[in-house]
Design a protein around this ligand. Structure first.
Ligand SMILES: [Zn+2]
Length: 348
């Protein structure tokens, strides 16, 4: 950030500052986009709350604090990078890890080496891949899975549970990211591998689901490419309430586009789930390529309602390009997660 944002300014950056302040609960009477006395007062109060220099001016530090203040644990995957990720989600994580006895260092909202070490130790204890990345699996473990852990106080247990929105609490959702390991799947003209894009979407779906209380399990790790029967076997062993297999469509005719879902013919529940996912995807504006009965092994050999979803075509260069946009992937994930929620509520 090059310039300061201060009293008297009138531009889009002021508007951005004001909307962030409002999201944090500040009421600002100034005209939108104008840095008046109310905006200044709100910034001063914010600076005071966050223990940073109180000058009523938005410089780099205040700006970073404003951005960081908007993150809630589970909103994004936390990992080690430079500059370090920072925000209130990191702070919440540090508090929880410290409370559970994993030393994550100073509670400063910075995802640095000490916090990564604590995440690794946590993952090790709960037999989650110990990569130090705080994503889906770790999140469901921290927020919901292990609340019955011995030694966790009742108060902490309550606090952990409070964050779980009702809906999918404790439902086990299996996610099967297509391809992987030595099997790249279809490779788009822009060079994207289906396996990688499926993995990204799968982790986003898992994040969305785990923040609503579901217990999410994958049929494979990132580096593996088990065959369909092995995936189905793992799914049956994990005994989930439903399974979502994630692929991308491809076709020789590059203009082909849109969303489709597949279920095992004769499985009413699979069909109902497929239709809900289809509806949600189409509501994003994707072309409706409909739900179809198929006898793929992942659908045929699994014992729970199962759907294979192909939200877009990786062989279509426009759709491939859209998949490079994190927000688009997030909206696909949101659609799939909300269909899963709706299906789960109706099946209770
Ligand atoms: Zn595929």
């Amino acid at each position: 950030m090059k310039d300061l944002i201060r009293a008297g300014d009138r531009n889009e950056r002021v508007q951005d500052v004001q909307s962030r302040l409002r999201a944090l609960g500040f009421e600002i009477a100034d005209e939108t986009g104008y840095f008046g006395s109310d905006t200044k007062e709100a910034i001063r109060t914010f600076q005071q709350q966050r223990d940073i220099l109180v000058d009523g001016i938005v410089g780099r530090h205040t700006w970073e604090e404003l951005v960081g203040a908007s993150w809630r644990l589970g909103d994004r995957t936390l990992y080690m990078r430079h500059p370090f990720m920072r925000g209130d989600d990191v702070l919440t994580l540090q508090r929880r890890l410290n409370a559970l006895g994993f030393d994550s260092g100073r509670e400063d909202g910075i995802f640095g080496p000490a916090t990564v070490g604590a995440v690794r130790a946590f993952q090790k204890e709960y037999a989650i891949a110990g990569d130090g990345i705080y994503g889906t699996l770790s999140h469901s473990a921290v927020t919901g899975l292990r609340i019955e852990r011995e030694g966790t106080s009742a108060r902490l247990r309550e606090e952990l549970q409070k964050d779980l929105a009702p809906g999918l609490d404790m439902a086990v959702i299996l996610i099967d990211p297509g391809h992987g390991g030595s099997d790249p799947g279809f490779i788009g003209v822009r060079g994207n591998r289906e396996a990688d894009l499926c993995w990204q979407l799968a982790t986003r779906v898992a994040e969305q689901l785990s923040t609503t209380g579901a217990r999410v399990r994958f049929t494979r790790t990132e580096a593996e490419a088990p065959d369909s029967s092995e995936r189905a076997r793992r799914a049956n062993e994990l005994d989930g309430n439903m399974l979502i297999s994630i692929h991308l469509n491809s076709h020789d005719e590059s203009p082909a586009e849109g969303a489709s879902t597949y279920f095992f013919g004769g499985s009413r529940s699979g069909e109902a789930l497929a239709e809900k996912i289809q509806e949600e995807l189409v509501s994003l504006g994707l072309r409706n390529c409909r739900s179809h009965a198929r006898s793929y092994a992942i659908l045929r050999e699994t014992r729970m309602p199962a759907v294979l979803v192909e939200p877009v075509f990786i062989s279509n260069v426009d759709e491939e390009k859209q998949l490079e946009d994190a927000e688009f992937v997030q909206s696909l994930a949101g659609s799939i997660a909300s269909a899963v929620r709706r299906y789960h509520e109706e099946s209770l």
